[in-house]
Design a protein around this ligand. Structure first.
Ligand SMILES: [Mg+2]
Length: 308
């Protein structure tokens, strides 16, 4: 498992570092960031949090990681989401911040009615990136399992519906999983393309696939920056993250490009950062950024417990 453990660290820390790079400038416009681009870890800004603070994207990822040393139990994940949301656990400083509306609704539903069948919100308006941003642990878990492809996809689906139950969000998580699984098998840009081809083939009958059609275009990398939208809408976030991954040649280049798109900087950074971690490896993440990351040892401990 040595190799999987190192890969899991690359993915989860790659995600957390990029989250922390984006936190101080979340909601800044692209024009503002063009004038003063993020080039290193900054402190304060949007949420007035110290340098190296990661947000909901990483907190909710850790909530899932924490229960992965046992048989996967989605109730345990929801309980951890409650500990994060209500008590400030799984946070860098004991303070919960940057909570998305759909995640909040789902967690409150669970808290009031834990035996309900689905907690996630199933409406077309509830398609923010709040499930995609925390799907990595489930992708790693299914990658190492000997489940069939359909059973792996079912895990990804249930994990998504914990907060986001609309088919568009579910499809985003599944496309992402196809790409990450290929990258874990073979860390090359070609693998990103192979993952996308496999996803397209697998979901060709799903009408929601049309929303993501641009990522399957052979000229996707040639799309201009001004045509890439960096909002918190799950479709925009997946497209923007993959575009940053495919148009750069290093972890650092990818996550800075993602963060400096502006708007949902931390989450698009984090989604791109997990994939870039898998593509370029743990050693590609700048050491000074890892050193700046708050509670890095705690994050590593959770990864080690889950994937050793
Ligand atoms: Mg966030």
């Amino acid at each position: 498992m040595e190799n999987l453990l190192k890969q899991a660290k690359a993915v989860i820390l790659g995600h957390a570092v990029a989250d922390a790079l984006g936190v101080p400038v979340e909601f800044c416009s692209r024009e503002e960031l063009d004038v003063s681009p993020v080039i290193n870890m900054r402190g304060y800004g949007t949420y007035n949090m110290p340098k190296g603070s990661w947000s909901d994207d990483t907190s909710m990822t850790l909530c899932a990681l924490e229960v992965m040393d046992k048989k996967l139990n989605f109730h345990s994940v929801m309980l951890n989401f409650c500990k994060w949301y209500y008590k400030g656990e799984f946070t860098p400083t004991g303070k919960t911040f940057d909570v998305g509306g759909t995640c909040a609704t789902a967690i409150e539903r669970y808290y009031l009615e834990p035996n309900r069948e689905v907690f996630g919100v199933n409406s077309e308006r509830a398609n923010g990136n709040g499930a995609l941003m925390r799907i990595n642990p489930f992708c790693l878990y299914t990658y190492k399992s000997d489940l069939s492809l359909s059973a792996k996809l079912e895990v990804i689906e249930i994990a998504t519906t914990l907060t986001h139950a609309h088919k568009r969000s579910i499809l985003a998580s599944k496309i992402y999983a196809f790409v990450l699984w290929e990258l874990l098998k073979n860390s090359s840009k070609e693998s990103v393309k192979i993952g996308l081809v496999k996803a397209k083939k697998h979901f060709e009958k799903e009408e929601e696939l049309a929303k993501y059609s641009i990522i399957f275009d052979k000229d996707f990398e040639k799309v201009k920056r001004e045509d890439i939208s960096s909002t918190g809408y799950v479709v925009d976030s997946l497209i923007a993250s993959l575009w940053c991954l495919l148009t750069t040649d290093s972890y650092k280049g990818c996550v800075l490009k993602a963060v400096n798109l502006g708007n949902d900087t931390d989450t698009i950074g984090a989604i791109a950062g997990g994939l870039a971690g898998a593509l370029y490896g743990l050693d590609s993440i700048p050491k000074e950024w890892l050193d700046d990351l708050l509670k890095k040892d705690y994050i590593e401990e959770l990864i080690e417990r889950a994937f050793s």
